[in-house]
Design a protein around this ligand. Structure first.
Ligand code: ATP
Length: 609
């Protein structure tokens, strides 16, 4: 794994959650607040001519502050990389709401259950669901246009959800802010072909606001229909369809939604609905008090509580703290402040990890060399001057064994602590002392080193660390997920299951095996880590091309458990498949998932009949 030293001490990196044409996006924890963040990592060497695009995205996000636009917290530039630390959108992509609806069934006994699932899991949204999400998208785009920006890459992949299912717009790499305002024409052809307006397709000059309206029309159509209005595997045919402006109107669309879609998908941009009219369109206001709201968040506001918490933590006056913050440098101060403010707006406590906890965490970050020879759990050596301290580092430690070692890594003392899970206090179980010949040699008689005593410095270190061990366990344990063992299926909560396909199987291993077989038989290379399969469509055979087009794609399918009721036992869980697109076209991803899940379902049924 690549180590990014610029993030050390401030963020703890976790898994990769997305890849784009320019960036890798990783999940991370902001250490001071313990909040999850997404870090977009871009390698300068790979950016080439796209460097201005990255700079534009960073600048735009520093200026924009809206409830439905993913918030930027920090920008870090090193010799080799750009890092953008952003709000983490844990709820997946809008696309997951459009749905993948195949499921795995076992036998006829479950037929009724299956019919139930068919009714629940569908490939398009109801009008009221679509309205709920689309109002949020329109709100963000109206704000963008008001600020003089056009997004120019609106598509379902760029509409994410946070854990409360609130829409967050991402990927401002193609946005434009014309110097003379939104009334000036743009010339750069950009965006995804399927969502591109006719004027972009023919390479005419265009208004940014008008191409965004067209893309939103395509998006709304996809939400309500479950497929695209203009689609073709040949790009020439696709462009021909876009320029004709002709698309099917399925019979389930209401008259109101047909009218709205048609007003957005006007080939002549001058006939297209404007954003001012869109926010109060009757279809969008139906069932709501009024037009789409602005939803502006003033993140650069002065909040005395957040400043006070930070000034206490950094041990500087509130005045000094605000002076640093109000420069809006998008450094670690800005990140901490914006995260605290976000927490406050969500009604969560405004607090930081205390300095003693931080000191412990810092020591953890001094970890230099993993060593597994001393203990059945992995052991790490932390350098503390002349002596080192070794202890097993694990997130579910109920016991910690520390060992003081000399500069040659030889043990001079060892302690063992068993934590009483209820009281969270350490109970010393045994102390085993080592006699180190090297220390013996080095120690003068006055040092007090004897057969039964460790050197003073080592003892001091041990006792000081011992006091902290209880806290360390506290720091490490609360953030455990239900299970962090990759060899156990992940247990999901009951909320926000939009990207999970349910199955009626109760055997996660069996589902995993069938999925694996299905991937392989479709010619998709797959890597397994515990209950997660990472699939890659890369080397195109004629067969895979026929099914998936020429797109490259990577995605994850994770077999997980879904509790049927809160606090239920393992037997009362349903087995589900959590989907995550990592890279590549979403419609291709949808097709792949459908094919694989159907095939796995068929095989499962055969194996149990
Ligand atoms: N804040 C976030 N929270 C969760 N996931 C994210 C976040 N930002 C990005 N992602 C994931 O990472 C993927 C790539 O991010 P993004 O689109 O910003 O990268 P990019 O290189 O600019 O992409 P593109 O090639 O489409 O322009 C997204 O599709 C999404 O799945």
């Amino acid at each position: 794994m690549v180590r990014y030293t610029a993030l050390k001490g401030h963020y703890e990196l976790e898994k990769t959650i997305g890849c784009g044409g320019f960036a890798k996006v990783k999940l991370a924890t902001h250490i001071l607040t313990g909040e999850k963040v997404a870090i977009k990592i871009m390698e300068k060497a790979h950016l080439g001519d796209d460097l201005p695009r990255v700079k534009l995205e960073m600048k735009a996000l520093q200026n924009l502050s809206h409830r439905h636009i993913c918030k930027l917290y920090q920008v870090i530039e090193t010799e080799a990389h750009y890092f953008m630390v952003m709000e983490y959108c844990a709820g997946g992509e809008l696309f997951d709401h459009i749905g993948i609806f195949y499921f795995i069934y076992i036998d006829y006994f479950y037929l009724l259950l299956i019919i139930g699932y068919i009714l629940v899991e569908k490939n398009r949204l109801s009008e009221s669901e679509a309205r709920h999400f689309f109002r949020q998208i329109v709100s963000a785009v109206a704000y963008l246009h008001e600020q003089g920006y056009a997004h120019r890459d609106l598509k379902p992949e760029n509409v994410l959800f946070d854990k409360d299912q609130t829409v967050k717009l991402i990927d401002f790499g193609l946005c434009a802010k014309p110097k003379e305002g939104m009334e000036s024409l743009l010339a750069t052809s950009c965006g995804s072909p399927t969502y591109a307006a006719p004027e972009l397709v023919i390479g005419k000059k265009y208004f940014g606001s008008q191409v965004d309206i067209w893309s939103m029309g395509v998006l709304l159509y996809a939400l309500l229909c479950g497929f695209l209005p203009f689609d073709d595997s040949s790009i020439d045919n696709l462009y021909r369809k876009i320029l004709s402006g002709k698309y099917d109107e399925p019979e389930w669309l209401s008259r109101g939604s047909k009218r709205l879609i048609s007003s957005m998908l006007q080939v002549d941009p001058n006939n297209r609905i404007t954003i001012e009219k869109l926010v109060c369109h009757p279809w969008l206001t139906m069932g709501y008090d009024g037009p789409v709201t602005k939803g502006i968040h003033n993140f650069h506001e002065k909040d005395n509580e957040c400043i006070s918490v930070m000034s206490d933590s950094y041990r500087i006056s509130k005045h000094e703290m605000w002076k640093k913050l109000s420069c809006w440098n998008y450094d670690y101060y800005t990140a901490t402040y914006l995260i605290l403010l976000t927490r406050k707006k969500r009604g969560l406590p405004v607090k930081l990890v205390t300095s003693s906890r931080l000191a412990l965490k810092k020591r953890l970050h001094q970890v230099t060399s993993p060593d597994s020879s001393h203990c059945d759990q992995p052991t790490y050596l932390i350098s503390l001057g002349k002596v080192g301290l070794m202890f097993p580092l694990s997130t579910d430690i109920n016991y910690i064994r520390c060992k003081v070692v000399d500069s040659n890594n030889k043990s001079v003392d060892e302690k063992e602590n068993v934590f009483d899970a209820a009281s969270r206090t350490p109970v010393r179980r045994s102390i085993k002392r080592y006699r180190s010949p090297s220390l013996d040699k080095a120690a003068s008689p006055g040092d007090g080193v004897s057969e039964t005593e460790s050197p003073l410095s080592a003892r001091k270190v041990l006792y000081s660390i011992e006091r902290g061990l209880c806290k360390m366990r506290h720091v490490l344990t609360p953030r455990r997920r239900y299970t962090n063992n990759v060899n156990q299926p992940l247990v999901l909560g009951t909320k926000g299951l939009c990207n999970v396909s349910t199955t009626s199987s109760n055997d996660p291993e069996q589902v995993l095996n069938e999925l694996k077989m299905a991937l392989i038989s479709k010619g998709i290379s797959c890597k397994q880590k515990g209950f997660t399969l990472r699939g890659r469509v890369e080397q195109m055979t004629r067969d895979t091309q026929r099914i998936f087009g020429k797109n490259k794609l990577s995605f994850e399918l994770q077999v997980c458990l879904i509790p049927v009721a809160a606090g239920c036992s393992q037997q009362q869980h349903m087995v589900g498949i959590l989907r995550k697109r990592l890279n590549g076209d979403t419609w291709c991803y949808k097709k792949v998932c459908e094919e694989v899940l159907t095939l796995a379902g068929r095989d499962l049924q055969n194996s149990t009949n």
